[in-house]
Design a protein around this ligand. Structure first.
Ligand SMILES: [Zn+2]
Length: 486
């Protein structure tokens, strides 16, 4: 972990069973957790992450799309940088402009230039935008409020149960909790103060995702966590709210479909085929913050103790303000990460990216790079001065065109949720390999809407087998729905 090695926070634990407080952000969790000495696996999400790592550049819309998926941004990284112990080691946003200064300085046609927050996005002129440029006022000095709190008031003390229910501490909450735990006698409790650093926080993040008793597991038993023991429940409620249909219509999302090859006699899904739009949707799971995943799954995520933590934030009266609470409960995507294949309706946290002013001035010394510049949210008084100083407006440009993969592309979705590019010349041999008579094969096309999308999201979190865990349920759901529509 970068530069935070010596920073620690203290935690008072009452041992018999109980306590502490943590805050976490997700999509990064896959990366952070897989980087640990004893990496943990999150369902099939870890496989998907590795798949992106190994997928050849030619499949991506732009070079930047791959790095977007491997290093998704935290839409509220600025807030997290205020935390005393921040385990999110992603760098602050960087800005890139075209290597050719003519594109970022005003021209006779007064056309807008471009800037990107990812390296190597293509400029209007056809060149890559790879020149890093600084922002005038960055939030370098992000600091907690005066009382030391970031999301909650620093003066409030909290009690955190072993299963991560968080409440402001008071004699009443202590007595209620001790009663709940069936403890009649305070003398059996031992009080200890633990010093917690980045490593413990990372373990606690793992514990919160995998365990119902993360505090005991991390601080007393000091055990590792495995994915085993977490069961994927096909019947798990994936509720859809009627209001979401209207929301979906209002958003510019496209339908995504999944093709299933089934055997009529065996009543079994043999394999699934997905186009780039469907795979884009699956890949977008890697960019969802944990808060948004918990929100989508409506408090029934079954991820360790995360649902309790989520509920505590939802009902807490100790949050600094409502805006911060909403941010934790439904963070949304970082700017530029919105995907057109979006049956779940996850929105970007900031509606539109601001246009920025590029101020540049001649430096004369370097012939290869004759100007020096920086970005600013404010326009300077001069549009162009005799000395060559100028200010021109740059528009934000996304790394991908609301998707990650190049179209058209087809992938075979393997049982372990790994995707394999389908090359048309292999199609015949794949059908042969199924070893099922042709008249027994049926191709079903499933429209993936919100319910189906939630099933797939859950499958990626918990399941390692697509064919047995998810697809049969999806087929049944589809059959039921088409009957209803008739
Ligand atoms: Zn250019």
């Amino acid at each position: 972990m970068a530069s935070q090695g010596s920073q620690t926070i203290s935690l008072k634990v009452l041992i018999d069973k109980l306590l502490y407080y943590a805050h976490g952000n997700h999509s990064e969790s896959v990366r952070l957790i897989s980087k640990q000495p004893q990496p943990a696996t999150i369902g099939s999400l870890t496989n998907l992450y590795k798949w992106v790592e190994n997928l050849e550049e030619q499949f991506f819309q732009t070079e930047a799309c791959k790095s977007m998926l491997l290093h998704p941004r935290n839409p509220y990284g600025k807030e997290c940088r205020k935390l005393k112990l921040n385990i999110d080691d992603t760098e602050p946003t960087k800005y890139y402009i075209c290597a050719d200064w003519n594109c970022s300085r005003p021209d006779e046609y007064e056309s807008d230039g471009l800037y990107s927050t990812f390296k190597n996005v293509r400029c209007n002129c056809g060149e890559m935008m790879d020149k890093e440029i600084c922002m005038a006022k960055e939030d370098v000095g992000a600091r907690a409020e005066r009382d030391g709190g970031v999301f909650v008031c620093g003066t409030t003390k909290f009690m955190v149960t072993d299963d991560l229910q968080v409440e402001p501490i008071s004699p009443a909450t202590i007595v209620t909790l001790l009663h709940k735990l069936g403890l009649g006698d305070m003398s059996s409790l031992q009080e200890t103060i633990l010093s917690i650093g980045s490593e413990e926080i990372l373990n606690l993040l793992k514990g919160s995702l995998f365990s119902k008793t993360p505090l005991t597991d991390v601080f007393l038993r000091k055990q590792g966590f495995t994915y085993e023991g977490i069961k994927f429940e096909t019947e798990d409620a994936v509720q859809s709210k009627s209001s979401t249909c209207a929301l979906m219509r209002s958003m510019n999302t496209q339908d995504v479909t999944l093709k299933l090859m089934t055997s009529t006699s065996m009543d079994k899904v043999l394999y699934a085929e997905a186009g780039e739009d469907m795979v884009d949707f699956l890949l977008s799971f890697l960019t969802f913050p944990l808060g948004s995943i918990l929100q989508l799954l409506g408090g029934n995520s079954s991820m360790g103790s995360m649902d309790n933590l989520y509920r505590s934030v939802k009902h807490s009266k100790a949050m600094r303000d409502y805006e911060l609470r909403d941010m934790l409960l439904n963070p949304g995507l970082s700017r530029g990460f919105g995907c057109r294949s979006n049956p779940l309706g996850v929105k970007e946290s900031e509606q539109s990216a601001p246009s920025l002013w590029c101020r540049s001035y001649e430096n004369g010394k370097n012939k290869d790079d004759p100007y020096t510049g920086y970005l600013s949210t404010e326009k300077s008084n001069l549009s162009i001065s005799p000395s060559g100083d100028c200010s021109s407006i740059l528009r934000f440009v996304c790394a991908g065109h609301q998707g990650f993969l190049k179209a058209p592309a087809t992938f075979r979705v393997m049982d372990n949720l790994v995707l394999k590019p389908l090359v048309s010349r292999w199609s015949l041999s794949i059908v042969k390999q199924l070893k099922v008579p042709l008249n027994d094969l049926e191709v079903r096309e499933i429209n993936v809407r919100r319910e189906q999308g939630l099933r797939l999201l859950k499958a990626f979190l918990f399941s390692k087998s697509l064919l047995t865990d998810v697809l049969p349920a999806m087929v049944n759901f589809d059959l039921m729905n088409s009957k209803q529509e008739k």
